[in-house]
Design a protein around this ligand. Structure first.
Ligand SMILES: Cc1cc2nc3c(=O)[nH]c(=O)nc-3n(C[C@H](O)[C@H](O)[C@H](O)COP(=O)(O)O)c2cc1C
Length: 449
């Protein structure tokens, strides 16, 4: 039974949903599943954009057959060779013996490494190359390290559809709904999207920025990613999120408190800090037990908030191992530009605070550590009360300073959105209207002068 959706008049979603998978990349829990998107264009030639994970191959083949309705498949464009998208490639080639594969040199190298036989069927493209399939002409743009080195995106210059590979993707099974305007993204999807981006592509922020710069030069009307909803309405919203995530700019001025505690004393201090921050007016606070929260969720929250408090026991003269693992993830994913607060605990040789500070200093760029450290000797005593007060004061002060940066960013974002809207409106005008508008602008400028 096929579950195809129509994307445009001649483009179809032929992907599959996977609700059985527990761990994405066998590491990140995905309780809401994931979709492997693939798209099929019916032009004078028929063109399939990417395939799906092996687990969904059967349904995927049914979807393709239903859309082709007896036609042969002429081309398969491989934008990304990662097996969750390319595993079904060979099965497609076996079923459609005349199908040619369009991709780049590095992707063909990966195909051979993964054991796919594409000999004699390759059509190798590079940056800026185009292919015409009848009505539709596409351009290929390399998207190196978003999120593998061979990744590319394909832009359909005829209708503004960008096949964006892993860019603009999200965890979460689609379950029938396909477009951003068919879901409540800000309520139901954004956490999945952030967790997907930060854990999967977070490390490659500068490469994402390169792709965003290319995207700005193309009149994109739709993002067709390889996971999650297709964007046809509120593209600016999602672009802005990716811009922030890939520049490591926090989305929210708030405080994430992560604690590592065995007997509850460090936990109690973390909760006391949260309560005190709220008493002092900073209510955008989230508290996490590092041992009970999968690190992928912690990473996503670290990308979201401006302030991070690390509260850890000392364990064999080290940072608590699970907290150390969290810090390792932040390092690997290049998290930067955060303000940190520290709470440490120990019963005979307290080391965790200094070690966490050292880790941040040595591994996380452009981060600031607040001086007001709280040191607990087994359980909090009277002197800890003043330390807690000093730490919460320092955070409140820093949040207030950050607020100004956030306000400025909101103004900059609004100005940017206005300029983008103006450019988009200008593009829609006829040549005559454009000339009239430019003449009017020129007249106004001369008048003002
Ligand atoms: C395996 C293990 C190793 C520990 N290593 C140290 C240590 O090296 N230095 C120290 O001061 N305390 C060490 N402790 C003690 C705890 O850090 C300390 O009791 C702390 O107060 C526990 O805080 P909690 O109540 O939040 O769990 C260790 C405890 C355990 C179980």
């Amino acid at each position: 039974m096929n579950g195809v959706r129509k994307v445009t008049e001649d483009l179809y979603w032929v992907g599959v949903n996977d609700k059985r998978i527990e761990l994405f990349e066998n590491i990140h829990p995905i309780p809401e599943g994931v979709s492997y998107n693939a798209y099929l264009l019916l032009d004078e030639k028929t063109v399939l954009f990417d395939t799906v994970d092996w687990s969904g191959c059967r349904v995927f083949l049914e979807n393709i057959a239903a859309v082709l309705d007896g036609r042969k498949l002429d081309y398969l464009v491989v934008n990304h060779m990662e097996p969750d998208h390319a595993a079904s490639l060979e099965e497609v080639l076996i079923r459609y013996p005349e199908c040619k594969v369009i991709s780049n040199e590095k992707a063909f190298m990966f195909m051979r490494q993964f054991g796919f036989d594409v000999d004699g069927r390759e059509d190798t493209v590079k940056e800026g190359d185009t292919r015409c399939f009848g009505k539709h002409t596409v351009t290929f743009l390399m998207a190196q390290m978003v999120h593998w080195p061979e990744a590319m995106v394909t832009f359909d210059t005829t209708n503004g559809v960008l096949f964006s590979a892993d860019a603009f993707g999200s965890f979460g099974s689609l379950d029938g709904r396909l477009f951003d305007d068919e879901v409540n993204f800000d309520r139901d999807w954004i956490d999945n999207a952030r967790r997907y981006f930060t854990n999967i592509v977070g490390k490659y922020g500068p490469f994402v920025q390169q792709l965003l710069a290319k995207a700005k030069t193309a009149p994109i009307k739709m993002f067709c990613p390889l996971h999650g909803p297709v964007w046809r309405t509120n593209l600016g919203y999602y672009l802005d999120k990716h811009d922030k995530w890939s520049r490591y700019i926090p989305e929210e001025n708030g405080v994430m408190i992560v604690y590592a505690s065995m007997y509850g004393n460090t936990e109690s201090a973390a909760q006391a800090l949260a309560a005190q921050l709220c008493e002092k007016g900073v209510t955008n606070v989230r508290v996490y037990d590092v041992s009970k929260t999968h690190v992928s969720y912690l990473v996503a929250e670290a990308f979201k908030y401006s302030h991070i408090v690390l509260a850890s026991v000392t364990y064999n003269l080290n940072i608590y191992p699970v907290m150390e693992d969290f810090l390792h993830h932040l390092k690997v994913l290049n998290l930067s530009k955060r303000v940190f607060g520290i709470i440490e605990n120990g019963s005979w040789a307290i080391k965790s605070g200094s070690l966490m500070e050292q880790y941040i200093d040595e591994n996380l760029k452009d981060c600031r550590i607040l001086n007001a450290r709280m040191t607990i000797n087994s359980s909090a005593n009277r002197s800890n009360a003043s330390e807690l007060d000093a730490l919460s004061d320092a955070i409140v002060k820093s949040v207030a300073i950050e607020e100004k940066a956030f306000e400025q960013r909101v103004i900059d974002d609004a100005a940017f959105a206005e300029e983008e809207a103006r450019k988009a409106a200008f593009k829609k005008l006829s040549a005559k209207e454009r000339m009239a508008l430019m003449r009017e602008k020129h007249r106004q400028e001369k008048g003002e002068a």
